[in-house]
Design a protein around this ligand. Structure first.
Ligand SMILES: Nc1ncnc2c1ncn2[C@@H]1O[C@H](COP(=O)(O)OP(=O)(O)OP(=O)(O)O)[C@@H](O)[C@H]1O
Length: 928
């Protein structure tokens, strides 16, 4: 059954309903942001909503019922997009299955699940099939976005009168400072409200209202507008809307990272721990682990305990919960003694809070006992495959959220994972807007091929389905009987989590391995269907390597954020722009620097050094060197370099290439603390690597860099052979040759993890001599970028005197098209792949040869002939006699006459001639 379709249809219908009545436009509600990606993509959950509490309670009861019934004997398969029940840190949650990872590659959990009622992603090893009743309840988290704003970026450009003005460009993707600026506010605020202005495709559009330190209400949108990060653009915003979901789909890995780590700088883990602790202190609920659920015998054995748990039913009223649970402190202690299911460190916290009178020694004794029991259970689990039936336990599973209503506060720890929490004190109560208040996430989830082969029977069914047989798995009554894959593995895994700190590493590893291999045994490798192929021929599974340890624990769908080199062959054709001189007026043409600039996005040219946004200290150094205006290649290269685009500069010697990139790099380094804060934790990880073809050049660049940096502190290091004694621990800028650099990498003296700028000082020479090494460096850099955990991309800078084939190769490898600046006509011709052929002849033979060369091509092409002064008249006569119109430009002409002829030449389209007037034009340039 295609649940994806179901979800869409279901959510859209609900949202239509909701948009009509349930969330009135302009409504303010008090919310918590659970996941914040950028101002156009974040998730909210409503706090203080009784309806939410009620729905969660109902869900909890149904999920527990269902999980109890599920038998692990029956096999089931899951597909990405299914709505499942996920067990996470001992609690059950409703989730959309985002991705099924391969067992070997996942240490935290094989299944990546979107908790649809909490708006966050978690990994788990245990999922259960949900029932139609559970699926029918609408998601309780809301995807939200700021309304009518897009991102902005400012740069220099020419005004109407040719003066330099600051121009604002609108962008549809977030700019680098956006996330930090948003976090600066969001991490400090205590409460947020969300003013809904519009609802579209299940997304709430509006504004976040927060309280500042003084308690004044502030608009988040206005804050970003004031900072110049976003701008109001109602025309562009519709494009932005369609982009929102695309961004979500493509950046699932980023979202996962945000959900898992504190990458949004809000101390999510701490917030969650505090909330959880508080929640436990207040309600003292008994937490039953999945293992307890699977071990009914243990639970039944202690009838008192079961009773006590029952008395703590989730449906208890708030007032009585706290009281009754406190009175059951001893029962909880019993449960602690007898049940091996209490897991993870947090449960130990719970226990300590639940039994304050317990002495330290008795706690230790209990703990020891518990560990022993746990170990025994692990053994049991790994040997008795059929003994424990996962769903038959009588235990209870806690969804903390169900019982967390307390004095209007939400004490929620969804999934026990890191998430943003904004307290909800002191703000007016949100208006409950609907009974169900669900919101479509509009997840257009691309379904990966991966399914989980659990048994041969299931597999055969699937193979049959692939061959066209109808899928019989849609029977809802049988769904409930289905069990999750890997239940067996999870039991052992639970043992691993439980007392994670106390158990020996050895036992953890062995348990984990046995689980994995046990599951893998169920795969039949002889079948040739796609699914089996994926399992048996997956090239990545056995690989280990330098960057293996940085691999995400779950393989995710979607593009990598740091794509550096092109992957695959299906590159979307991209539009390459260049300066269109034809559209310029004569004056503009005169003012424009004449060079070839090619890229997807052209920077505005900068003529005066004062308009290059270098750090003031660096600028000062340049001024002292009497640099005031930019050189030809620098006009475009400097702004592109400062915008962190890849830049390829080609021009002759001493034309300012090194100056352009070195000043930019030094400027970045002066602001190192703000720009590259992540490198503080890294050792031996240079931010900038400059590669030169020989050590002589390295020394020159090193001297220049130190000169430019002046008194500013930066660790610039020139590394030459021998490298054995070189201390590379703290390097910001590494200047060396490719050979030494590869040697340093092999010795692990330097690592690539901090690399943000890779420069080839004399690229043509380097590539000619060290192409295989460069290939390795680029590949390794690419691998590193795909695995590193901060959002900095890598800038590639290439300087060269000549455009060579090898440079073309590197250019074609890059995922992002670089800004190519070539200020030399001949090199520009090489770049344009102009074919040259040479012939030597006598002067007298020239006119004939010219006629032969041009032949009929003059009808559709334009040609340029460069000749000596003495030859001009003769050539012109020959052309006219052949019916070819020629425009002759020589020194005899005035400037105005030259311009007039040039204009005619420019306007004349090659080969498009009419009647008598031949549009083919030759310019004969007079060479003296
Ligand atoms: N905009 C400028 N105005 C004045 N002088 C400049 C400017 N840019 C660079 N220079 C000077 O020109 C000289 C050559 O510059 P630079 O070394 O950057 O050129 P290059 O193209 O990298 O040369 P090479 O390829 O030989 O290394 C330097 O002395 C530098 O100070």
């Amino acid at each position: 059954m295609n649940f994806d379709k179901y979800i869409h249809r279901h959510w859209n219908t609900t949202f239509e309903k909701m948009s009509k009545s349930e969330v009135p436009t302009g409504a303010m509600g008090m919310f918590e942001i659970t996941t914040f990606v950028h101002p156009h993509l974040f998730w909210l959950i409503e706090v203080e909503s009784k309806i939410r509490q009620k729905t969660l309670h109902e869900l909890d009861t149904s999920m527990k019922e269902l999980c109890k019934q599920q038998s692990r004997d029956s096999a089931t398969t899951f597909e990405a997009g299914d709505i499942v029940i996920v067990q996470y840190e001992g609690h059950l949650y409703r989730a959309i299955l985002e991705y099924i990872g391969e067992q070997k590659s996942c240490s935290n959990g094989q299944y990546l699940c979107w908790l649809m009622d909490y708006g966050t992603l978690v990994e788990s090893n245990t999922i259960f099939k949900s029932s139609p009743k559970i699926r029918k309840i609408l998601p309780l988290s809301f995807q939200a976005s700021l309304n009518n704003v897009v991102y902005t970026i400012q740069h220099l450009g020419f005004g109407e009168t040719g003066n330099v003005v600051t121009k604002t460009e609108y962008l549809l993707s977030p700019t680098p400072p956006c996330h930090q600026a948003s976090m600066d506010v969001l991490k400090t605020v205590r409460t947020i409200e969300f003013c809904v202005e519009e609802k579209d495709e299940g997304i709430l559009f509006g504004d976040v209202i927060y309280k500042d330190k003084n308690g004044n209400k502030k608009s988040f949108k206005q804050y970003l507008l004031d900072k110049g990060i976003v701008g109001i653009s109602e025309e562009l915003f519709p494009d932005m809307k369609s982009f929102i979901n695309e961004y979500r789909e493509k950046n699932i890995q980023l979202i996962e990272k945000i959900c898992k780590t504190s990458s949004n700088t809000i101390s999510r883990r701490k917030a969650c721990c505090d909330i959880k602790k508080k929640s436990i202190e207040e309600f003292e609920e008994v937490e039953i682990s999945e293992e307890e659920m699977r071990r009914p015998r243990r639970r039944i054995r202690d009838a008192n305990e079961t009773d006590s748990l029952k008395s703590k039913s989730l449906s208890e009223s708030n007032s009585s919960v706290s009281k009754s649970s406190r009175s059951h402190g001893n029962e909880q202690l019993d449960s602690f003694n007898t049940s091996p299911g209490q897991e993870d460190v947090s449960s130990q916290h719970e226990l300590s809070s639940q039994a304050p009178s317990l002495s330290k020694s008795s706690k230790m004794a209990i703990l020891r006992k518990k560990i022993e029991e746990k170990k025994a259970n692990q053994k049991e689990n790994t040997t008795l495959e059929s003994s424990s039936s996962s769903g038959k336990g009588q235990g209870k599973c806690k969804i903390t959220d169900v019982n967390k209503e307390s004095g209007g506060k939400i004490e929620l720890c969804p999934a026990g994972a890191e998430r943003t929490f904004f307290g909800a004190q002191g703000v007016e109560k949100p208006k409950p807007t609907s009974e169900t208040k669900p919101q479509s996430l509009n997840n257009r989830r691309s379904k990966p091929q991966a399914t989980v082969p659990v048994s041969m029977e299931t597999h055969q069914r699937r193979c049959a389905a692939q061959n066209g047989s109808p899928d019989s798995s849609t029977d809802s009554s049988s769904e409930c009987k289905n069990n999750i894959a890997n239940t067996f593995g999870d039991q052992s895994r639970k043992g691993l989590n439980y007392d994670g700190e106390s158990l020996s590493l050895e036992s953890k590893t062995s348990t984990s391995v046995s689980i994995r291999s046990a599951s893998n045994m169920e795969i039949k490798p002889h079948c040739r269907c796609k699914v089996c192929d994926r399992w048996t021929k997956d090239q990545g599974w056995g690989e280990g390597g330098e960057f293996e340890k940085y691999k995400p624990k779950v393989k995710l769908i979607g593009e990598s954020k740091h794509e550096f080199l092109k992957e695959g062959t299906d590159d979307a054709p991209s539009e390459i722009l260049s300066v269109d001189y034809n559209s310029l007026t004569r004056l503009e043409k005169k003012a424009m620097p004449k060079l070839l600039v090619h890229s997807e996005c052209l920077p505005s040219p900068v003529k005066e050094l004062a308009n290059v946004y270098l750090h003031p200290d660096i600028y000062q150094t340049l001024v002292q060197e009497e640099c005031k205006v930019t050189r030809l290649v620098q006009t475009y290269a400097w702004p592109a370099l400062l915008r962190n685009q890849h830049v390829f500069m080609v021009n002759g010697p001493h034309t300012g290439k090194t100056t352009a990139y070195l000043t930019t790099m030094c400027s970045f380094l002066v602001e190192k603390d703000e720009r590259y804060s992540f490198t503080k934790k890294l050792s031996g990880a240079p931010i900038i690597v400059i590669l030169c073809s020989n050590t002589e050049r390295c020394r020159d660049v090193n001297d220049r860099a130190r000169l430019i940096m002046g008194r500013n502190k930066a660790r610039i290091e020139l590394v030459e052979y021998p490298i054995s004694h070189v201390n590379t621990t703290h390097i910001d800028m590494l200047i060396t040759t490719p050979t030494i650099f590869v040697d340093l990498l092999k010795r692990r003296s330097v690592i690539l993890n901090g690399l943000c700028h890779l420069v080839f000082e004399d690229g043509d020479n380097i590539l000619n001599h060290y192409y295989p090494l460069i290939d390795i460096i680029l590949e390794q850099t690419h691998k590193m970028l795909k695995n590193r955990h901060h959002s900095k991309s890598l800038q590639l800078i290439m300087c060269a005197e000549h455009w060579t084939k090898k440079i073309t190769c590197v250019l074609q490898k890059l995922a992002a098209i670089p800004v190519v600046c070539i200020a030399n006509y001949l090199e520009a011709a090489m770049y344009g792949k102009i074919q040259f052929s040479m012939r030597f002849m006598r002067s007298s033979a020239k006119p004939e040869m010219m006629k032969r060369l041009l032949k009929d091509t003059y009808k559709f092409t334009k040609s340029v002939i460069i000749c000596n002064i003495a030859e001009v008249d003769e050539l012109e006569t020959t052309l006219i006699m052949s019916g070819i119109e020629a425009a002759v430009i020589s020194e005899k002409l005035t400037v105005d006459e030259t311009h007039l002829i040039e204009e005619n030449w420019t306007k004349a389209p090659g080969g498009n001639y009419t009647g008598r007037s031949i549009q083919l034009t030759f310019i004969i340039i007079f060479v003296t």
